[in-house]
Design a protein around this ligand. Structure first.
Ligand code: AHR
Length: 317
């Protein structure tokens, strides 16, 4: 029977309003708006701040690390009470985080991890991005049942932690399946437009009939690629299986329409746990674990994707 996961509903719902964060100022350095998921994270963070009476200073970095570093320095100069950072890439953060540490401003990482000593940030609220890739790869291996499969892969932003981890996780899941082979792999920068362009080049190079599955590091790239597959005269979801990550409304719709097969959900509510951590810290100095892990759930055609689409489409994606 098709059901909507209650976990999904609770993951999207706002967490209870905290009192302590009220009247605090928090700087949020967001990557940009490359994907529907990113838009939803921004919406949820702003909603959470309003609910909790937090003055949120929002800075859109337009995909550039240098803009994020500039924004962080601006927040430090303003003397904000805390900083949320969604880091576009994994490396190059040490100096600016040391500056925040010197100013005694706690920094919380949202949705992506960094390569830096972990005393430079308070905690990271993220999914297990290696596991997400593993779930996608395992779904493909199980679905194929031993059939030979030439896979094309659309990677996320080069140097970002989810692109690195989702690749590693998928490769781990197919390592013992000699019938599954990644034949092409290239970045689509997590965007719908690039997903389409790169898929077009894969189709041209391989021929649609020689590609059995697409693995995309996010749904937006998969949705762009689905368009390219259709324009090449093949049926996405049938001729070419499509599995990706995020569970944005358009991907649920694509699964409902038989044009995609599976997606691993990433909650856009990273800010709720981050605000809760700050409330606890400001209440009595409680320090959180270094990693607060969010849930990763697989959705397939066995779920009621039309109903999930209807429920999610108004949530800011
Ligand atoms: O860091 C999370 C990833 O960033 C999402 O999966 C992707 O859509 C976004 O751009």
């Amino acid at each position: 029977m098709k059901t909507i996961s209650t976990l999904l509903l609770s993951a999207i719902a706002l967490t209870p309003v905290g009192a302590l964060a009220a009247d605090k100022t928090i700087g949020f350095s967001q990557i940009g708006s490359e994907s529907g998921w990113r838009a939803a994270e921004t919406t949820v963070t702003k909603q959470q701040a309003e609910e909790r009476g937090v003055d949120l200073k929002f800075a859109d970095a337009q995909q550039k690390q240098e803009n994020q570093i500039k924004a962080l320095r601006g927040f430090i100069a303003q003397g904000v009470d805390a900083i949320f950072l969604a880091p576009v890439v994994a490396t190059g953060w040490d100096s600016v985080l040391e500056e925040a540490q010197d100013a005694e401003i706690p920094v919380i990482l949202l949705d992506r991890k960094i390569d830096a000593p972990d005393d430079l940030y308070m905690t990271a609220v993220t999914s297990d991005t290696v596991y997400e890739g593993e779930v996608a790869g395992k779904w493909l291996v199980d679905t194929l049942g031993g059939r030979d499969c030439r896979v094309v892969e659309l990677q996320g932003t080069t140097g970002s932690s989810p692109a690195i981890d989702r690749k590693a996780g998928f490769e781990k899941a197919i390592a013992d399946a000699p019938n599954v082979e990644i034949v092409r792999s290239q970045t689509g920068d997590f965007t719908r437009a690039q997903g389409k362009v790169v898929m077009e080049s894969f189709l041209k190079a391989e021929g649609a009939g020689n590609i059995c599955a697409l693995y995309a590091h996010n749904d937006d790239m998969a949705v762009g690629a689905i368009q390219a597959i259709k324009e090449a005269g093949a049926k996405p979801g049938e001729d070419i299986l499509v599995v990706a990550i995020d569970a944005v409304p358009d991907m649920h719709l694509a699964i409902a329409n038989g044009e995609a097969n599976a997606t691993v959900e990433l909650t856009p509510d990273m800010a709720g746990p981050a605000f809760d951590v700050l409330d606890a810290y400001w209440a009595d100095g409680a320090m959180p674990e270094k990693w607060i892990q969010t849930e990763s759930k697989l959705f397939t055609s066995a779920d009621d994707n039309q109903a999930i689409y209807d429920m999610k489409k108004g949530l800011g994606y």
